[in-house]
Design a protein around this ligand. Structure first.
Ligand code: SF4
Length: 496
């Protein structure tokens, strides 16, 4: 176990150092408010404003942070002006997210000036993992920075700041054998993100993740099953998203696998839906493909990032598979589960991508028939191998290729989505949105498509939040899908 705490005594990872006391709470007889006491410090109710950038792992980490902070009497606010503490959960993968973070952090200087000691500012996530020390030095108004591996110590860090010990950065890697990633859920939703594996061993040449999240380390199946069973029984969770940078690599060091984990979660009564992300095609095993055909609770959707349709570009990316291998996987998946819906990630304009190589990606879109794609123009990330590659492409060419590819995919998508019309889907309603002046409910199908719908005319006041409902699709375009309400099952399906 190694910690680097700049200029401070290291605290154990996942363990409190002896000098950090444990929190206790009591009700203040004068105000009637809950007060949390930690050592000599008291924590009255306070507000935290959090900004999250990047991937689902980061959004899940934000939930974990908020959940920990609630034990220190913090609740989330949407108004940055009202906040007693501002935290950024950063992303080093996407250039745009990175730029936005720096601009938001810079802007915060004014609020800090106005509020002085009444505002604490912290930065977590991938940028803090690699650059925390420099950030704290460079930005006077930044109190502390913390990496992706020390989230379970957030309350200790906040305690230190309120105790006057600020301007520190913690970015340790947890190298202990018995590490675990605690599951934390923000109350009130039936959906939970479950970290099952940390880090990545793949070293794709464009990606910063192995440098910010470290080597792969998996949790054990029995621990995860116990965790999920508890969430279902005590917190009303019905849908889980198994998370990791490369979940297909899960369990390798313990001779376990994602396929086994999914099958082990199946018998939990009250658990209705299992999703997982992100996958790497190299590790998509035949066992896992088979599970897509036989695990009743596994989502009918798989996101399988391909990145490029050109073998030579994939090689330069160090992706370790060919387009033929990838398309073979899709064929096997569709054979195993004919209902499966597939999506992917594409990077356009990798260094020196020729027109022919780019064309191969368009050809792959035709062959794969994805339901949707996330597509990006390549941008170099510091510390990665591709950032050191010589490159003749210009941003204009990249932009042009990206726009054309997105338009091309929309044409494919439109035809696929049109086939939904007239079919019935069961969705878990997760909110409302305004569309052309009308407030509609929306929910996600088992195969990860969002359907918008109005409640029945005579029941417009019906609160359908977190209900399971059946919807018949009435119209579908490449980007949006409308449905007609058929029936509700209430908040629990109660299937096995
Ligand atoms: S598989 Fe490649 S792209 Fe994905 S996290 Fe690992 S190194 Fe990054």
């Amino acid at each position: 176990m190694q910690n680097q705490v700049d200029g401070h005594t290291p605290t154990g990872l996942g363990l409190r150092s002896p000098e950090i006391p444990k929190e206790r709470s009591f009700i203040d007889p004068d105000s009637g408010e809950k007060i949390v006491k930690m050592g000599e410090l008291t924590f009255p109710p306070r507000k935290v404003w959090m900004k999250t950038y990047g991937c689902q792992m980061n959004y899940h980490d934000t939930q974990r942070i908020l959940s920990h902070l609630s034990e220190l009497n913090f609740s989330a606010t949407d108004e940055v002006e009202d906040a007693d503490m501002v935290l950024f959960n950063t992303c080093a993968v996407r250039d745009l997210a990175n730029q936005k973070f720096y601009s938001h952090l810079g802007e915060l200087k004014h609020l800090k000036k106005k509020k002085g000691e009444n505002l604490v500012v912290g930065v977590g996530g991938c940028v803090a993992q690699t650059e925390g020390k420099d950030l704290v030095k460079k930005y006077e108004h930044l109190d502390f920075a913390f990496g992706t591996d020390v989230i379970d110590q957030i309350n200790d860090m906040v305690f230190r700041v309120y105790a006057g010990d600020d301007k520190f950065s913690i970015n340790s890697w947890d190298r202990s054998n018995d590490f675990s990633i605690e599951t934390k859920v923000v109350h009130g939703t039936p959906q939970a993100f479950i970290n099952i594996i940390k880090g990545c061993n793949k070293y794709c040449t464009y990606c910063i993740v192995p440098y910010t999240r470290g080597k792969e380390r998996s949790r054990r199946i029995d621990e995860i099953v116990r965790d999920v069973a508890r969430l279902v029984e005590y917190q009303g969770i019905q849908e889980v998203m198994l998370l990791g940078q490369n979940v297909n690599s899960f369990g390798k060091e313990h001779d376990e696998s994602l396929a086994e984990l999914i099958m082990a979660l199946g018998p939990i009564k009250g658990l209705e839906l299992i999703r997982y992300t992100t996958s790497h095609p190299y590790d998509m095993s035949d066992d896992l493909i088979e599970v897509h055909g036989k695990a009743k609770k596994l989502s009918n959707h798989l996101h399988l990032p391909v990145q490029s349709g050109s073998a030579s570009v994939l090689q330069r990316m160090n992706r370790q598979y060919t387009p033929e291998h990838y398309l073979g996987l899709l064929e096997k998946l569709r054979k195993s589960n004919p209902e499966i819906v597939l999506s992917t990630d594409i990077i356009v304009g990798f260094p020196n991508e020729t027109q022919e190589e780019y064309q191969k990606t368009l050809d792959l879109l035709d062959a794969a028939q994805f339901d949707f794609i996330y597509s990006y123009a390549y941008s170099p990330r510091k510390y990665t191998r591709s950032a050191r590659m010589e490159d003749f492409l210009t941003d204009d060419i990249r932009g042009e290729r990206l726009r054309y590819l997105q338009k091309y995919q929309l044409g494919i998508q439109e035809k696929i989505r049109a086939k939904m019309v007239g079919k019935t889907f069961r969705v878990l309603v997760d909110g409302q949105s305004k569309m052309k002046g009308q407030t509609k409910w929306k929910g996600r199908t088992n195969c990860n498509r969002i359907i918008h719908f109005l409640p029945p005319e005579d029941q417009s006041e019906l609160d359908l939040q977190w209900n399971w409902v059946d919807l018949k699709v009435t119209s579908a375009t490449a980007l949006s899908c409308q449905g007609e309400f058929l029936q509700t099952y209430g908040k629990r399906l109660n299937t096995l």
